[in-house]
Design a protein around this ligand. Structure first.
Ligand code: PMT
Length: 415
């Protein structure tokens, strides 16, 4: 199940109990596991732990009651929609009662009411008598009936100075429950990959990110690619048991088991790809490779001259990495490319399938609302010769990646 948190959007909702400080370590562990974390907190929670601490650890601005005025007032709706999983931890008896009854009188309860996240987890922490109170137990039952997963509080030394049930559950339990719940909600492709490791013993080379073509020592030509799609493919191939070499023009965090090679320019990427392909079973070109580079980059920083002087760049064509791999592919190697298109998606993708001698093209309409550059989601069509196109998404890039890897397995198995 490892990797179930990678690239997942987790909304950590923190309420005001003594255990609120544990939200810091919880958010740190989610981030470490590759999740995108946003924190929403009540005003009382802020008296136990500063929003700034949670903001630094989650690497995102924290939503607090101070944001309820003006332009940020609809932010709670966007955040609720963004979440793949909501984790309410620690959950006080007061907030549980509000959520169970659909109240929305602060930014946290508004956010929860506005969300239809598939995974909702609550980790209550409170005084033992509050826990055993029939009203609390009734609210917990209502919430579980509404689809919330409950992580029972632990028994231990309470802030009141005696041993009883009411402490926040172990953070490991909360993390594992989140992983399990997200895993249960995964696509067939993701589950297949995690369960069966169908790429065990296979080597997969993936490219990612937007290449950078130097103009001078301080400037470069690039594009809008963030690398998210390529990194998601590398993680999906790893989850399916492959040995993965990720050749990336853009640096992002990834699993340690992935062999990451940074190659900023198209030429550097080609060199790294050719070396990695000598013993690889499959190539997936998700990088947005610049078609052009400067014929001769400047040695020194280019200076402005007169205000009306034009500055012209002399560009030459870059090598086509996918085409080179397609032309030189050895027997048994599978080559998958992408086609980032703004019009005539399927025709252009089919043309690229032939011209680049690829086994499959992932056609990507980069103007579709939930698709393309720098988004967390994508929507693609898989094109193969003499096969009905397979439409996938819109869904998260990790779910799309798992489906592409699933298809790669089918092609490799069919050889
Ligand atoms: O990185 P993200 O922000 O997550 O965005 C994802 C993405 C939009 C970049 C990705 O889904 C995608 O579509 N990648 C392909 C981008 C691209 O360059 O498309 P293209 O149609 O220009 O190129 C077709 C194929 O040839 C691609 O596999 C590309 O990697 C490859 N190519 C292109 C030019 C070149 N000189 N060498 C190449 O190998």
């Amino acid at each position: 199940m490892s990797g179930a948190l990678a690239e997942k959007n987790i909304l950590l909702a923190v309420t005001g109990g003594i255990a609120a400080y544990k939200a810091a370590e919880l958010s740190r562990q989610y981030v470490k596991a590759g999740a995108n974390v946003k924190v929403v907190m009540t005003q009382t929670a802020e008296s136990f732990i500063p929003a700034k601490t949670l903001g630094i650890l989650s690497k995102q601005a924290v939503l607090t009651d101070g944001d309820r005025d003006g332009s940020a007032s609809v932010e709670h709706v966007a955040w609720g929609r963004w979440a793949d999983a909501i984790v309410l931890a620690p959950a006080t008896a007061n907030t549980l009662a509000k959520v169970a009854n659909g109240l929305a009188d602060n930014v946290l309860t508004e956010t929860l009411l506005a969300s239809n996240a598939a995974v909702k987890i609550m980790a209550p922490a409170m005084n033992d008598q509050m826990w055993h109170n029939p009203a609390t137990q009734r609210n917990l039952q209502t919430l579980q009936g509404d689809g919330w997963t409950m992580i029972e509080p632990a028994t231990g030394f309470l802030a009141e100075g005696y041993e009883a049930k009411g402490r926040l559950a172990q953070l490991e339990t909360i993390i594992l429950t989140t992983e399990q719940a997200l895993f249960d909600g995964q696509t067939d492709g993701q589950r297949d990959a995690f369960d069966n490791q169908p790429l065990k013993g296979r080597r997969v080379v993936v490219t990612a990110g937007g290449t950078k073509e130097p103009i001078d020592p301080v400037r470069f030509l690039t594009n809008r690619s963030s690398g998210k799609m390529g990194y998601a493919l590398a993680e999906a191939a790893l989850a399916a048991g492959a040995e993965v070499t990720l050749i990336a023009a853009t640096k992002r965090d990834c699993s340690k088991a992935i062999h990451l090679v940074l190659a900023p320019s198209a030429k550097e990427m080609l060199t790294a790809v050719e070396e990695a392909m000598t013993d690889a079973d499959a190539f997936i070109g998700a990088a947005a490779v610049s078609d052009f580079a400067l014929a001769k980059p400047f040695d020194k920083k280019v200076k402005k001259t007169s205000p009306d002087a034009h500055f012209t760049l002399d560009l030459v064509q870059n090598p086509d990495i996918l085409k080179t791999v397609g032309q030189n592919k050895k027997s048994g190697q599978v080559v998958i490319g992408f086609a980032a298109e703004t019009n005539d998606l399927l025709q252009n993708a089919e043309r690229k399938l032939k011209s680049k001698q690829a086994d499959m093209i992932v056609a990507n309409d980069v103007l579709a609302p939930a698709a393309g550059f720098d988004k967390d989601t994508n929507q693609v069509t898989l094109i193969q010769a003499n096969q009905v196109p397979i439409e996938i998404g819109p869904k998260s890039k990790s779910a799309i990646a798992a489906d592409i890897i699933h298809q790669l397995v089918t092609i490799l198995d069919g050889q």
